[in-house]
Design a protein around this ligand. Structure first.
Ligand SMILES: [Zn+2]
Length: 221
């Protein structure tokens, strides 16, 4: 009974927020503008998990405070939906990455709406959308044309049963986190960005950035 009442209340107010475009930004509104951007969600599982909201609730609360202080807050959300997690999910389930990714995004978006976050969904994007990744491809070509993207052989974590490369976080005690098979370190031809070309410039300007000392040391190293 109480749960039903809660659901009804949620639905009533969510509809009201949608109808009044409460979280939709008007860029022409006078006053101080605030662009609140967090890292995008990875739609790698079936649904949103607590880690997502644990991460996003802080910025959401902060954005509300800035709104109450009179700022014109633009708070968009997107999905970092390309690459290893989508590939691994496809291998595991046999579902095409396009179908699984779009399905996962729809579920996560619905859940984020139900939580009542302040995202402006009009400006949502997904990195696996051709309208988005044409720009990352363009950027890559510019790097390549200028000798800043190159290929070379380098060691990777390889799982022989999953037939895929694994990120360091997916290797637990030398084993694949999904199937438990022992990881093989083998050399593969890969793409690299020549960030060392900018090492001195980055180091020299690091002190002028307002970051915690610990983060600066990580960058230096
Ligand atoms: Zn494996």
């Amino acid at each position: 009974m109480l749960a039903n009442y809660g659901k009804k209340t949620d639905e009533k107010w969510q509809k009201k927020w949608d109808d009044t475009k409460l979280y939709s930004v008007d860029f022409n509104r006078p006053g101080d503008k605030l662009y609140l951007l967090e890292m995008f969600s990875y739609p790698s599982g079936y649904t949103l998990h607590m880690g997502h909201w644990w991460n996003y609730s802080l910025a959401d609360s902060w954005g509300r405070m800035k709104t109450m202080q009179g700022f014109n807050v633009f708070h968009p959300m997107g999905f970092d939906a390309f690459g290893l997690p989508a590939e691994n999910f496809a291998i595991k389930t046999g579902v095409h990455p396009k179908d699984s990714t779009e399905g996962n995004i729809a579920t996560m978006e619905r859940q984020l709406r139900e939580i009542g976050c302040t995202y402006d969904w009009k400006h949502e994007l997904s990195t696996c959308d051709p309208d988005y990744y044409k720009w990352t491809q363009w950027l890559f070509l510019k790097l390549y044309e200028n000798g800043l993207a190159y290929q070379k052989e380098a060691p990777v974590n390889w799982c022989p049963t999953c037939m895929t490369v694994l990120a360091n976080e997916q290797v637990v005690d030398g084993e694949c986190e999904r199937c438990g098979h022992e990881i093989v370190h083998k050399k593969m031809k890969q793409w690299f960005f020549k960030i060392t070309a900018y090492a001195e410039e980055l180091l020299n300007r690091l002190p002028s950035i307002d970051w915690p000392e610990k983060t600066k040391r990580i960058q230096e190293n």
